[in-house]
Design a protein around this ligand. Sequence first.
Ligand code: COA
Length: 170
Amino acid sequence: MPLTDFFARKPEFEIFALETADLPQAAAIHKSRFTHAWSDGELHSLLIQDTVFGFIARQNNAYTRPFITQPFVGGFVLSRVAAGEAEILTIGVDPRFSRLGLGWRLMRAALREARDQAAEAVFLEVDETNAAAIALYRKLGFAKVGERRAYYQGVNGVKTGALVMRLDLG
Ligand SMILES: CC(C)(COP(=O)(O)OP(=O)(O)OC[C@H]1O[C@@H](n2cnc3c(N)ncnc32)[C@H](O)[C@@H]1OP(=O)(O)O)[C@@H](O)C(=O)NCCC(=O)NCCS
């Protein structure tokens, strides 16, 4: 294989069920994207709950020799279903792979699983200043159903509100 191919190879991603072995990489993505990072231990304590599930975008065209490169993890989503309602607990995409459709694909996988688990609606909370996430959720059909004032505290101490959004799966 020519060296130029090696460097030019564009990662392609596939969506898999999130497993405990993936959590260190999921935690690294969470840390890179959120002010209040969740450790892999915290993610683990969620994922082992019967009501919680997740998905991960993993590179499917990495070179097989691990000393050369490891497959990239592009992002992950964590969700919970209980009593006919689902909740998106968190979603994060590695900034290197932003705007490639991974957030969309991860959310679609979570929504499909929620529907399979008999959820009739999905809820989430999002920072009112998070334009990218709000645009993603609106594109998926979520609508604002509530607001929580001064809900999030940023690194600079400035508090921002949360939007509560809902998608009907019925
Ligand atoms: C929100 C997030 C998950 C989106 O992931 P992504 O893989 O980059 O998004 P996608 O490529 O799937 O985008 C799907 C749609 O979302 C919207 N969108 C995504 N990023 C956007 C941006 N930066 N600005 C405006 N719209 C955006 C667009 O409608 C986009 O569709 P389009 O590309 O056809 O216009 C990602 O930005 C992220 O991890 N953010 C930090 C963590 C976070 O905010 N999580 C949500 C907390 S509630």
